[in-house]
Write a protein that binds this ligand. Structure first.
Ligand code: KIV
Length: 276
């Protein structure tokens, strides 16, 4: 009975939270990408991606909004369901959209929908110490949680733009303390966006759970990028941490495999992708 989830007829068993924890313990970098549909999900899975996120970045790269704020729970469920059909090995995480976790009951309801209707294996929410109660509530119901700190795109209107976070000592210290509190509250992964290398390394050292970075330097446990950014599809000015892997690839599959290899060997992120 239990073998179905572990094998799915694959030569390699699917990734789960224990796999990710073991990768951190053994020092194997975790390669993560976003995906929003079944075809790209199959492709990133074939490329060896360990974790796939149905990010609310879909509001920008799929729906054409300027921010992630307009994305709804229905949007994420729709895309997660499609991505779930394309995956065999990768671990599937779905974003909790803006205001879908504004209180504990609402958070539980949204998370249950993402898991039951979308097929997500973990939910991701943005926030530091102010989300402790929500993370605790979800963890008490055995819902795996990824806590997203650093630059929080859902707060862009409050922050006043997409900016590097944690550059001053007090803010860096607060972020470090928040990360520890989120882990204590039950977070299984911490995702750290747009912070100086030094802070990325300090958060990784302080936590037992995997720390996945996006613009958080090379000294974290894994890297994530938006799929359309690494394929050179997204228009406009790219953040410093983005690398277009399609520029030297002959196919999207080759570009995704090059991203996975670069994360695994540590050649991505290079100094030009990092903040100090
Ligand atoms: O929404 C998203 O795709 C994300 C990643 C950028 C980490 O949160």
């Amino acid at each position: 009975m239990y073998t179905q989830l572990e094998q799915r007829g694959m030569p390699q068993p699917p990734v789960n939270v224990a796999t990710l924890a073991a990768m951190k313990a053994s020092g194997e970098p975790i390669a993560c990408l976003t995906a929003y549909d079944a075809s790209f999900a199959r492709l990133v899975d074939d490329a060896g991606t360990d974790l796939v996120l149905v990010g609310d970045s879909l509001g920008m790269v799929i729906q054409g909004h300027d921010t992630t704020v307009p994305v709804t729970v229905e949007d994420i469920i729709y895309h997660t369901r499609n991505v779930a059909r394309g995956l065999q090995r990768a671990f599937l995480v779905a974003d909790m959209p803006f205001m879908s976790y504004s209180d504990a009951a609402r958070a539980l309801d949204s998370a249950v929908r993402l898991m039951q209707e979308g097929g997500a294996m973990m939910v991701k929410l943005e926030g530091g110490a102010e989300q402790i109660r929500i993370v605790e509530h979800l963890a008490q119901h055995d819902i795996p949680v990824c806590a997203h700190i650093g630059l929080r795109p859902q707060s862009v209107h409050k922050i006043g733009g997409f900016k590097v976070q944690g550059r001053d000592e007090q803010q860096a210290q607060q972020m470090l303390e928040d990360a520890v509190s989120l882990q204590q509250a039950g977070a299984d992964i911490v995702l750290l966006e747009c912070v100086p290398n030094e802070l990325g390394e300090a958060v990784r050292q302080a936590l037992d759970v995997p720390v996945i970075g996006i613009g958080a330097g090379p000294k974290v446990d894994g890297q994530i990028l938006v799929l359309y950014d690494i394929l050179g599809i997204t228009g406009g000015r790219m953040p410093r941490f983005v690398k277009d892997f399609m520029a030297e690839a002959e196919s999207p599959l080759e570009a995704c495999a090059a991203f996975v290899a670069a994360v695994k060997t540590g050649s991505y992120p290079a100094p030009e992708h990092c903040f100090s």
